[in-house]
Design a protein. Structure first.
Length: 236
């Protein structure tokens, strides 16, 4: 994977400032929840462009309907994959309620059963969280490769992508985590500078989200390109 390209390709687009400014505005209103779908969709559009080998993969904000539907599909698909977790939580809740209503002479047994249940569920939940960490990017790659919402639920294909991309997905995480950590350090230093420093820290904090969204989209696109049998001419 070309990490350097993922972090620098944005400025190769002559309209990168206006495109990221729109992403920044959408991010600002993400507390309304609906704009989140547009951000996810924009990241998917970047992934799709990189997979296709588009020379300047930063897309325009012109097809809002497509961006919304792409984001909605990815959100719903990833939500479906979290259903086992919610099932575990339902089991834990039922056991907790049952233990609370247990007769006095059975409290010791109920407490032991409750503790064992939560221990098992915690272990399963931890393992499931690790699996979902790799599955979530695979869902995006699968969707970009097929352009079909239903393809996100071809579990064998999705798991196959996740299994074959473990190293790449870890690289994406480490790269974006490291970048986010570096930004946190910078904004922390700026926070000690009154007025100007505070303003700069706020602007950087707001901009880092859309920027890392673009970086992640590019890296996922590189993964998708490997599975499509195409190698983007601008990668490597």
């Amino acid at each position: 994977m070309d990490l350097a390209k993922a972090f620098t390709y944005i400025i190769e687009d002559e309209r990168w400032t206006s495109k990221l400014l729109i992403a920044l505005i959408v991010t600002f209103f993400s507390f309304l929840f609906i704009p989140i779908f547009f951000l996810i969709g924009y990241s998917v559009a970047i992934t799709r462009n990189v997979k296709a080998g588009v020379e300047k993969p930063l897309p325009e904000w012109d097809d809002w309907g497509k961006l919304f539907m792409d984001g909605l599909y990815i959100f719903l698909a990833q939500l479906v994959y979290t259903l086992p977790f919610w099932l575990l939580m339902c089991v834990a809740t039922i056991v907790t309620v049952a233990a609370g209503n247990a007769p006095t002479n059975a409290q010791d047994f109920a407490t032991a059963a409750l503790g064992t249940t939560w221990l098992i569920i915690s272990c399963l939940g931890f393992l499931f969280a690790i699996a979902l960490f790799f599955i979530s990017p695979a869902i995006i790659v699968q969707y970009v490769l097929t352009d079909e919402f239903g393809a996100c639920f071809r579990f064998g294909d999705v798991l196959g992508i996740a299994r074959q991309s473990i190293g790449d997905i870890m690289m994406v995480f480490l790269a974006t985590f490291g970048a986010g950590l570096a930004v946190s350090v910078v904004t922390g230093v700026l926070a000690f500078i009154p007025c100007v420093g505070w303003i700069l820290a706020f602007v950087i904090s707001m901009a880092v989200g859309p920027y890392l969204t673009a970086v992640t989209g590019h890296l996922y696109g590189q993964i998708a390109a490997k599975f499509s049998g195409k190698s983007p001419k601008f990668v490597g």
